[in-house]
Ligand binder design. Structure first.
Ligand code: SF4
Length: 352
């Protein structure tokens, strides 16, 4: 373990960088950051793809992480700030000081309100939408880091639910035992994968331990036991996983996981990932759709929706949009406003 003065120096530099990137730091290990789509919803009434797919009211959504800098993977496509990129190899032991879930939820709501308070007088912002934005209804427990490293995750989820806030928990699935023993299930559980076998996982997701691919498989096996809807999100990277073999292996894994939804999404060439992958690795929406259809065919899933601005296609066993967490003016078959450059892929720097 590094001497305390070295650790504190790492912390100070990391938190400094995050503040410059407009993260609102909370306590010892958490933060809120205004999502690109909160701005787009309030100023242009353009909603994120999760509004279309699941009824998320983007302008009322908190983007939050309880594990800001701590993760057990170093994925090549990760665009978030990671001290490891500066050669600091200390960020996998979650700190001993663990913040209380109630405190984190109260602060997350307060910081979200601070991020949207400036829209009160913003030209063209609808007054009702502004008031709704000040009254958050959803939280995406994703943002950065691995949320299952936070030891009181189930309590945190419960505290959000107590306040009528839905929870999307996004994890790499490296801690099945944590997911299996959550005090309370999230509203919707996301597992992110890019690899299709152990070798590709070691190469692309750089786990800190050799057991993490097996742990990820255990998580996929666990998914059918969840009562809340589950999502497996596959990020496509042109030079890595856009081939038949990957689709074949994913189909085997997904038959075991039986997720309610599968999102097939394009890698975004932005942030720290630009030092590890090339712009050519970012597939077009047409390519994403082709792969999604190949996977749907193998699995017997339906291609039920897509968002061209976010280069993502939704597969499901459902054939109607029955799972809705809010009431945005978009749904599965709402035509997209804009092309594949009108969303975060057209403005990657703004989107991070
Ligand atoms: S954090 Fe996710 S769900 Fe929330 S508004 Fe942004 S893109 Fe949509």
């Amino acid at each position: 373990m590094e001497p305390l003065h070295v650790l504190l120096d790492h912390y100070a530099r990391a938190f400094d960088t995050l503040k410059k990137q407009k993260y609102h730091l909370i306590g010892f290990h958490s933060a809120v950051k205004k999502c690109y789509w909160v701005h787009k919803a309030l100023t242009e009434r353009m909603f994120c793809y999760k509004a279309k797919f699941y009824g998320i009211e983007s302008h009322r959504c908190i983007q939050f992480s309880p594990s800001l800098l701590w993760c057990w993977n170093y994925c090549l496509h990760c665009w978030r700030y990671r001290p490891k990129d500066r050669g600091e190899d200390v960020w996998f032991n979650f700190p001993d000081v663990v913040d209380d879930p109630k405190f984190l939820v109260e602060m997350a709501i307060k910081e979200h309100r601070r991020t949207v308070s400036g829209y009160k007088m913003y030209p063209g912002v609808d007054r009702r939408m502004y008031e709704e934005a000040m009254n958050p209804k959803h939280v995406a427990i994703s943002l950065t880091g691995e949320p299952t490293l936070y030891p009181r995750l189930g309590e945190l989820i419960r505290e959000f639910h107590k306040r009528g806030i839905t929870t999307f928990l996004v994890t790499r699935g490296v801690r099945p035992e944590v997911l299996a023993n959550l005090d309370e299930e999230p509203t919707q559980l996301y597992i992110s994968i890019e690899a299709w076998d152990e070798e590709s996982y070691q190469r692309f997701n750089n786990p800190i331990s050799p057991v993490l691919w097996r742990k990820t498989l255990e998580t996929l096996e666990l998914l059918p036991s969840f009562t809340s809807p589950t999502v497996v999100r596959i990020t496509l990277v042109r030079s890595f996983n856009m081939h038949e073999k990957a689709v074949e292996e994913w189909a085997k894994l997904l038959r075991i996981a039986q997720p309610t939804f599968i999102e097939v999404k394009a890698y975004m060439h932005v942030g720290g990932s630009i030092t590890r992958l090339s712009r050519d690795d970012m597939p077009s929406h047409v390519e994403v759709k082709k792969f999604a259809m190949m996977l749907a065919e193998r699995l017997g899933y339906n291609v039920v929706s897509e968002s061209i601005p976010s280069r993502v296609v939704l597969l499901s066993t459902l054939d109607k949009p029955v799972i809705r967490y809010g009431n945005p003016p978009v749904t599965w078959d709402t035509p997209d406003r804009g092309d594949e450059f009108s969303g975060e892929y057209g403005n990657p720097e703004e989107a991070t």
